[in-house]
Design a protein around this ligand. Structure first.
Ligand code: G3H
Ligand code: 13P
Ligand code: NA
Ligand code: ZN
Length: 328
């Protein structure tokens, strides 16, 4: 059945587990994630970005997710908008059947200019007011996603050439987080704690202190009723990089967020863990393998079936690791 993010993460907080939020763009990704949820008995967060909505069309996304709910009536499912950039984007998602939206007010509507704190508060509060009126949950974001290793924020922070941002400039400020939630009323808050989007997070194997656990704890202490969200949470497993590269891929060696660090985050209040990159590498690694090993193959299903199996295995593993398994 459909469930809002608030309902799902309240349950996760009560029982101390985390919920991976997997991005989808197509039927195969959705079917693979649902197979993993069914196999492990896990509730799911299916999220779609603006790019996914443009790729698949809102009507198609909605009908596919409705079909998933009909196929797996015992699996609670939240359909979440990932990185909504304006109130209009969030409202059109709600019209399209999403039960949860993210208003990412870290950049202005041009998608380039770093937004002021007041702008972020204003747009996020507006989305929260309208969404809550129709029973939809809201995720906000505060801070600058970026790697503690490089000291660079992901978004144009104006410091690119001059060098590293100080730790405090990169990470979410706990007192500001309290003020932000008080003024916006968000259900969940994406925090900057040293993660970044994409495959290239760290240039060497991260040591234990690569995420700012102290910051997570400080935010959780001030906001016990707000669910914390970790973006950029792909682990970029070595074995997935190896398959990709073994069959003609050229992905430079890279490291993601160790699962143990995510598990520590869950102990300190992280409830939603965003994962897209791992899913992409898992699927496309299998495309490469089939393309290399069966050079006469032209049935798309011969590519998509192993890709779905690899994605299902990855998702099932994360459901187990985050203790989502058995919580449906
Ligand atoms: O954070 C972004 C997600 O990985 C979605 O990526 O905008 O390419 O669909 P996308
Ligand atoms: P990854 O790139 O680490 O998978 O992060 C995805 C994400 O944060 C989507 O919002
Ligand atoms: Na999101
Ligand atoms: Zn993200």
């Amino acid at each position: 059945a459909f469930i809002t993010l608030r309902q799902l993460l309240d349950d996760a907080a009560e029982h101390g587990y985390g919920v991976p939020a997997f991005n989808i763009n197509n039927m195969e990704q959705l079917l693979a994630i649902m197979a993993a949820a069914d196999r492990t008995g896990a509730p799911v967060i299916i999220q779609a970005s603006r790019g996914a909505r443009a790729y698949a069309n809102d009507i198609m996304l909605r009908r596919m997710v409705e079909a998933a709910v009909e196929m797996y009536p015992h699996i609670p499912l939240c359909l979440h908008l990932d990185h909504g950039d304006t109130p209009a984007t969030c409202l059109s998602a709600i019209q399209g059947g999403f039960t949860s939206v993210m208003m990412d007010g870290s950049l202005e509507a041009d998608g380039k200019t770093p937004a002021s704190y007041d702008y972020n508060v204003a747009v996020t509060a507006r989305v929260a007011e309208l969404s809550h009126a129709v029973g939809v949950s809201v995720e906000g974001e505060l801070g600058c996603l970026g790697s503690l290793e490089t000291g660079h924020g992901e978004k144009e922070d104006g410091h690119g050439a001059e060098g590293r941002l100080a730790r405090e400039q990169l990470l979410t400020d706990p007192d500001q987080a309290r003020d932000f939630v008080a003024r916006t009323g968000v259900d969940a808050l994406a925090v900057a704690i040293g993660t970044s989007h994409g495959a290239y997070k760290f240039t060497r194997a991260p040591t234990g202190d690569i995420l700012a656990m102290d910051v997570i704890r400080a935010i959780h202490e001030r906001l016990p009723g707000t669910h914390l969200v970790m973006h950029g949470s792909s682990s970029v497993p070595q074995e997935l990089q190896d398959i990709f590269n073994q069959f003609g891929g050229a992905m430079p060696q890279t490291w993601g967020v160790p699962v143990g660090e995510i598990q520590a985050g869950i102990r300190y209040g992280v409830r939603k863990i965003n994962i897209d990159t791992d899913c992409r590498i898992a699927m496309v690694g299998q495309f490469r393998k089939v393309a290399a090993q069966k050079r006469g193959e032209f049935d798309p299903r011969a590519f998509l079936k192993p890709a779905m199996a690899a994605l299902t295995a990855l998702c099932a593993q994360r459901f187990e690791e985050f203790n989502t398994a058995g919580q449906a």
